[in-house]
Design a protein around this ligand. Structure first.
Ligand SMILES: [Zn+2]
Length: 172
C-alpha cells in the first residue's frame, strides 16, 4: 500500500462495498434486473486511489447504456462518492451467458423467456430456434412471431396453449 501521497484523500472506499451498492442498480430496460444480474457490471477497482467502475454494454445497439452510466453515477453520488471513473470494456463482448441464475429466474418471473444457454461457446443459430417455455403457463408449445420484440434485444414469441405473446431475451 503506497503511503504519503494519498494522505489527504478521503477514506478509501472498498471496491467490494461499491460493488454491493451498484449491484442494486436496475437495468433501465428491464427494471426487475440489476446490472449485476445482467453481467453488465464487470469490475470495481481502485486504481491509484481512484475508483474505477468497469461495465460491458449488452447489445451494441442498446440505447440503454447511457442511462446505465447515469444510474451508476447517481448511485455513487447518493453514497457520497464524487470522484470516480466509468470505463466501458468492449472485449470480450458481453454474452447472454453472463446473466446470473438469479437474473434468469427474474426474467422468467417478469414474463420474458431468458436466453437459451449456450454450452461452451456453442451459439444458437438463426435456423436453430431454441425451444422456449412460455413464461405465463410453462407450455413448450411456442412459436416466434417476430424477430424483434419490444426492443431490438428481444424477439416476440407466442404461446400456442395460452395464446399469450411474450418477449424472448435473445441469446448472443
Ligand atoms: Zn402459455
Amino acid at each position: 500500500m503506497p503511503a504519503g501521497s494519498h494522505t489527504q484523500r478521503p477514506p478509501q472506499i472498498k471496491p467490494a462495498r461499491v460493488r454491493a451498492w451498484l449491484a442494486a442498480v436496475a437495468d433501465p430496460e428491464i427494471p426487475v434486473l440489476s446490472i449485476a444480474d445482467l453481467g453488465i457490471l464487470r469490475d470495481v477497482q481502485c486504481r491509484d486511489g481512484e475508483l474505477v467502475v468497469v461495465i460491458t454494454p449488452t447489445y451494441s445497439g442498446c440505447p440503454a447504456m447511457h442511462a446505465i452510466e447515469q444510474a451508476i453515477e447517481a448511485e455513487l453520488h447518493r453514497h457520497g462518492v464524487e470522484s470516480f471513473q466509468i470505463h466501458t470494456r468492449l472485449a470480450p463482448p458481453w454474452s447472454s451467458d453472463w446473466i446470473t441464475p438469479a437474473g434468469r429466474r427474474k426474467l422468467f418471473d417478469y414474463g420474458i423467456a431468458p436466453p437459451a444457454q449456450s454450452a461452451s461457446g456453442k451459439r444458437e443459430r438463426p435456423d436453430g430456434e431454441p425451444r422456449l417455455a412460455c413464461p405465463q403457463c410453462g407450455s413448450a408449445h411456442t412459436t416466434r412471431i417476430s424477430e424483434f420484440g419490444s426492443t431490438a434485444c428481444k424477439a416476440l414469441y407466442r404461446c400456442g396453449d395460452c395464446l399469450e405473446p411474450f418477449d424472448y431475451f435473445k441469446c448472443i
